[in-house]
Design a protein around this ligand. Structure first.
Ligand SMILES: [Fe+2]
Ligand SMILES: [Fe+2]
Length: 488
């Protein structure tokens, strides 16, 4: 056949489209397919031996995708960094449906201590099968060791590289980042207060300031998620509604980030989350701030807030095409995934992704706070476990998984007691999803119960001495522990 090899025909096209949206969209589509197919291949090879017919089709499909990628660029290099997968320098946008595949491929990379897999021109289905089989069965880990084994098996067109070093969980710049985070957090509270005030006065709601602060939160989220999530544990009891809105915004951004949302999309999600309870501006404060349980009549009033919110949000000014998304998300945030919530709908409809994300973030913050739907705050891990029981009914099950991966099984702010008698406060989740049950903590009480400004420990660190086991958890407020000093 005289058909030119794709790579000879396309460098020009590649150059011409460099940095263009078309190129990125195509590569993103192909990258997602690559991840899905690698996931299927690795999964199949765990069950079947190399040579088994079950691997033939997945390997051929994978090679076909690689060839398509190579038409766009010189190499198909799938790599991971932090919680993201990249096709070379392009961060792949993950959608909810692709989440499991992404998470498992990242998990596989981490377990094998591999940073990237490069498939080059002329890679064959047989080489891909050898690679998958080796990946599934080899006892060795690490790029060099596995590469050697690949060469032994005659694989010439797949190269492995070690991971790039990750930033340590607690890095020195955090001190200044913490100050920036704190400032942005409080500015956001002020912005929410202003929005609520306009809503209360039935004035047009300006969003310029909110947009600016949310962009600040997005930047922080991309740089230092841990500090920002720490701030959500701070509760202002006088300004409950405001801090709640900011917290829901931060939690929603954390989920959006895991889904690979790019900056502008994160910013839209953040605004929708920040405004989700705008309808509460019209609920009398004596009901909202009531210290005892709500009467049925008061519940009736509270349940109006999503609809009141829609009316307020229709008065938004300065917003473009994202206004609809914001209005709908506000309307949906108490509907629940299975529509069992409120307001009742005449015709069933599928909740938007923004609505589903915000509803998850909203419930988590409401459950861990000492106000609103429950009078007694729940320890963060207990709230998460309760929510997990309703995964698939009240909450989107895939988003629930994303949320647990983001928060860990002991979310930030949880007070834990160790078998040594010491106590600690969770300050961050371990970056690896396999270690969700082993958070990063700061010791706050010694074995005799004395308050200490203890060290930061990583429960996933095998060299940790003494090795500690969590025996119980509690909420900071019920233990009368002020979290301010750990997170501000
Ligand atoms: Fe609400
Ligand atoms: Fe809310």
């Amino acid at each position: 056949m005289s058909e030119p090899a794709p790579r000879e025909a396309n460098p020009k096209l590649f150059e011409a489209l460099k940095g263009s949206r078309i190129r990125d969209e195509n590569l993103n589509r192909l990258g997602k397919r690559l991840v899905y197919q690698v996931h299927i291949l690795l999964k199949t090879s765990h069950i079947h031996l190399a040579g088994n017919a079950a691997l033939a089709q997945p390997s051929e499909r994978l090679v076909k995708t690689i060839e398509e990628i190579l038409e766009w660029r010189g190499a198909a290099n799938l790599r991971h960094e932090g919680d993201h997968l990249y096709l070379d320098d392009l961060r792949l946008k993950m959608d909810v449906e692709g989440y499991i595949g992404f998470a498992e491929v990242i998990g596989n990379f981490r377990r094998r201590e591999i940073g990237s897999v490069r498939f080059s021109d002329e890679v064959s289905p047989q080489e891909v099968i050898e690679f998958a089989h080796l990946w599934a069965t080899a006892t060795a880990s690490g790029a060099d060791a596995l590469q050697e084994l690949l060469v032994e098996r005659g694989v010439r067109h797949i190269a492995l590289d070690p991971p790039v070093s990750h930033p340590p969980s607690v890095h020195p710049e955090r001190v200044t980042q913490k100050a920036v985070a704190k400032r942005t957090y409080f500015r956001t509270i002020t912005a929410v207060a202003e929005v609520m005030e306009s809503a209360k006065l039935k004035q047009a709601i300006g969003v310029k300031k909110s947009k600016r602060v949310v962009q600040g939160l997005v930047d922080l989220m991309l740089q230092d998620e841990m500090t920002l999530l720490g701030l959500t544990t701070l509760r202002s009891h006088d300004e409950y509604t405001y801090s709640h809105c900011v917290n829901v915004c931060i939690l929603a951004l954390a989920i959006g980030q895991r889904l690979g949302y790019e900056r502008s999309h994160l910013s839209d999600l953040g605004i929708a989350a920040l405004f989700h309870d705008v309808g509460k501006a019209e609920i009398p404060l004596d009901i909202l701030n009531k210290a005892t349980d709500f009467t049925p009549e008061e519940w009736e009033i509270i349940r109006r807030h999503p609809i009141l919110g829609v009316k307020s949000l229709l008065r938004l000014k300065g917003l473009d095409d994202i206004s609809t998304k914001i209005v709908i998300a506000g309307f949906e945030h108490h509907l629940n995934y299975d529509l069992s919530g409120y307001p009742r709908l005449a015709t069933p409809r599928k909740l938007t992704l923004f609505g589903r994300i915000i509803s998850l973030a909203d419930c988590y913050d409401a459950m861990t706070a000492s106000r609103v739907y429950n009078r007694i705050p729940l320890a963060p891990d207990k709230a998460l476990r309760l929510m997990l029981k309703k995964s698939g009914s009240a909450y989107d099950p895939l988003l629930m998984k994303v949320f647990v991966n983001c928060m860990g099984l002991y979310p930030v702010g949880t007070i834990v007691t160790f078998d040594t008698g010491e106590r600690g406060v969770v300050i961050g989740a371990h970056p690896s999803p396999d270690r969700r049950g082993r958070p990063i903590l700061k010791l706050i009480r010694d074995a005799s119960g004395r308050e200490i400004d203890g060290e930061t420990i990583d429960l996933a660190d095998p060299t940790l001495s003494p090795a500690r086991r969590i025996v119980s958890t509690a909420d900071a407020a019920s233990m009368q522990i002020d979290l301010t000093r750990f997170f501000l």
